[in-house]
Design a binder for this molecule. Sequence first.
Ligand code: OGA
Ligand code: NI
Length: 190
Amino acid sequence: MILTPRNVLTSTPMEPFATKVAILAQKLAEILAEKLGHKSSFFQESCLPSNCYLRLNRYPPCPIPSDIYGLMPHTDSDFLTILHQDQVGGLQLVKDGQWIAVKPNPEALVINIGDLFQAWSNDCYKSVKHCAVTHPTKERFSAAYFLCPSYETVIESCSLPSVYRKFSFREYRQKVQEDVQLHGYKVGLS
Ligand code: OGA
Ligand code: NI
């Protein structure tokens, strides 16, 4: 079968995955906002399906026994990310200042808070620093769904006094790109 971008997504289980996690991401965002006392349609209005995206990550085996990352340590620049990793494993995150490996469980989804939720929640929720390490002999796959708003959306904290000045998602994405070019890594919220 010839795989075109269209049938790659429709002939594999990716389409039902994307549809389901899109609904889950909206629900989780609403619940997390409600926990802070904010019942709003903000996420539904600003994070339309066309603003969100699904990324398929493929990590080839890497036999070099050193600290070669599959994906550098970073925080995600969205509201929240829903990640599915296969049984090979390799996702690590920082908890209480220590890097810990997230045990692979193909039955489970990992939910990461992103920078935008940190800013919106005024630091009540913190974006989590994470990375992917490679496996010496096995190829690894993961799928990540990013709950993102439109570029015009202004991120303003839900309570006062706000820790961060308000900014648009476009501004934030530009800053991330500039920081990566300038420093070689993402600086994140400031
Ligand atoms: C990402 C990410 C981790 C992984 O795509 O932003 O952090 O395990 N992926 O692939
Ligand atoms: Ni990430």
